[in-house]
Design a protein around this ligand. Structure first.
Ligand SMILES: Cc1cc2nc3c(=O)[nH]c(=O)nc-3n(C[C@H](O)[C@H](O)[C@H](O)COP(=O)(O)OP(=O)(O)OC[C@H]3O[C@@H](n4cnc5c(N)ncnc54)[C@H](O)[C@@H]3O)c2cc1C
Length: 436
């Protein structure tokens, strides 16, 4: 029996496992496929801002591996190292035991983690948006601060509790700020304060909001944000983060107790440990997704620097769109390496982006057609429902959207994710050298 070990259950690993097991069944091939991941689900990250905003439940955006990956063995654990000569890997299981697994083919898809900078207080006081723990924490934390502000008697403290700073004005940061604003709006109505008193500040070093959707749509988004009262500050970032205030790179100071850091990602920490060539923190691979010099090892998705054959000299951006398609090519090429079918090179033209901007607004550029407003909202929601790889999740998310049409979102902090659970180190597995 030939064994294939897939590291990571994100978009890429999940899609690779699903396709590979189908190919194995089709060819009646004796292949033992394992997927190793610290979590037992595939996280549909594009809806994390909706989770943070209390619109969608965290469970609805997690696709369970059990029951969706037929013929694939799921192993719960975080891979710590790979012995390429001995064809083994070591991982830490949920009970902190070190275990070993041997493989004939290895697929490295551990994805990415939030890119942190050496900003004093950042890892301690800010939280990201890459995991369910972080999204749930942001929702609960904001509601808690609004509740505390309601009974506080110190003006400066109240201001800090009612100020949210989101750093990173690309699509995920922008979606987050509008979802948190929608949550605060409902909280204001239900808790009896003026929602306009809650200030939202969106920062970015870049000079444009959402450069991914082009200048025209980016400007439209900026107009909508400003109309809704979001204070968009471009060309600045954080200089220091403290529990009750931040200092910006222009030396201005903002009282706040809620800081979300959504400025981009870098390859998972495992990639650095492998001792193989990388490009911008991502593992170098060939266009057929094989790791150079290791014919039995493959990689793709956010963790890999996949050459973009549609734009020579560039690598594909870290998006779900590429991750899913690369997962399919991985499955095909791993099967081909075992003698079933022919390999192919990864080549995919960008199909555009959909960005949900909260109540009544979205922007999208499917196949380069620029859409905004209700048309984009429809395309965006339909796209997510189509892209989600499980009917039950689609059903649950559709019901959440429908509920939102008729009822206010629930203003409730369930308390499932603590400040510690949502740390970059705990929730994303980022090793933090300094005391955290
Ligand atoms: C908030 C947010 C919104 C987004 N919205 C969009 C969008 O609208 N459209 C779009 O195209 N893209 C979007 N993206 C980007 C998209 O989520 C990523 O490109 C995609 O998740 C990459 O898939 P992946 O499988 O390579 O990695 P990931 O999804 O990061 O999955 C990696 C997997 O590997 C596991 N893992 C990590 N380390 C180890 C280890 N050492 N051992 C074992 N397992 C490990 C992780 O637990 C995870 O299961 C968004 C991302 C975020 C954070």
């Amino acid at each position: 029996m030939t064994s294939v070990a897939i590291v990571g259950s994100g978009f890429t690993g999940f899609e690779c496992a699903r396709r590979l097991s189908r190919l194995a069944r089709k060819h009646n091939a004796p292949v033992d496929i394992s997927i190793i991941s610290p979590v037992d689900y595939m996280l549909y990250t594009p809806l994390l801002p909706d989770v943070a905003g209390g619109l969608v439940d965290a469970r609805f955006v997690t696709v369970p591996l059990a029951n969706t990956l037929n013929g694939v063995r799921t192993v719960r654990g975080r891979v710590d190292g790979v012995d390429f000569d001995g064809h083994t890997l070591t991982y830490t299981d949920p009970e902190n035991r070190t275990r070993e697994l041997s493989w004939d083919r290895l697929v490295l898809t551990p994805g990415s983690v939030t890119r942190l900078f050496d900003i004093p207080g950042l890892a301690e006081c800010a939280r990201g948006l890459k995991s369910t723990a972080e999204a749930v924490y942001l929702r609960d934390h904001l509601l808690e601060q609004l509740e505390l502000a309601n009974i506080d008697d110190d003006e400066k403290r109240i201001r800090g509790r009612r100020t949210v700073v989101v750093v990173g004005a690309s699509y995920s940061g922008t979606e987050l700020v509008v979802q948190l604003q929608a949550l605060a709006e409902t909280a204001g109505k239900q808790m009896g304060f003026d929602p306009a008193e809650v200030k939202f500040i969106l920062l970015d070093l870049a000079e444009q909001v959402m450069p991914e959707v082009g200048e025209k749509l980016g400007e439209a988004v900026q107009r909508v944000l400003r109309k809704r009262g979001v204070d968009v500050r471009l060309g600045v970032t954080l200089k220091e983060v403290h529990p009750d205030h931040v200092v910006l790179s222009d030396d201005s100071c903002i009282d706040t107790r809620t800081v979300a850091w959504v400025t981009g990602v870098t390859g998972a920490p495992l990639i650095e440990k492998l001792g193989l060539p990388t490009e911008r923190g991502r593992l170098k691979v060939q266009p057929d997704l094989q790791v150079p010099g290791h014919p039995d090892v493959f990689s793709a998705g956010d963790a890999a620097a996949v050459p973009d054959l549609t734009q020579p000299g560039k690598i594909t951006p870290p998006t779900a769109q590429h991750a899913i398609r690369q997962g399919k090519v991985l499955a095909r090429n791993v099967a081909a390496s075992l003698g079933y079918g022919k390999p192919k090179q990864y080549k995919h033209r960008n199909m555009g982006l959909v960005v949900d901007l909260g109540p009544h607004y979205a922007v999208a550029n499917p196949l380069n057609v620029q859409l905004s407003g209700y048309a984009a909202k429809f395309v965006t929601r339909m796209y997510h429902l189509y892209a989600m790889p499980r009917f039950v999740n689609r059903w649950a998310v559709s019901l959440a959207y429908l509920t939102d049409v008729f009822f206010d979102r629930s203003v409730v902090s369930v308390g499932l994710s603590t400040q510690d659970d949502a740390r970059f180190s705990t929730s994303e597995g980022i090793p933090l050298p300094k005391a955290d």
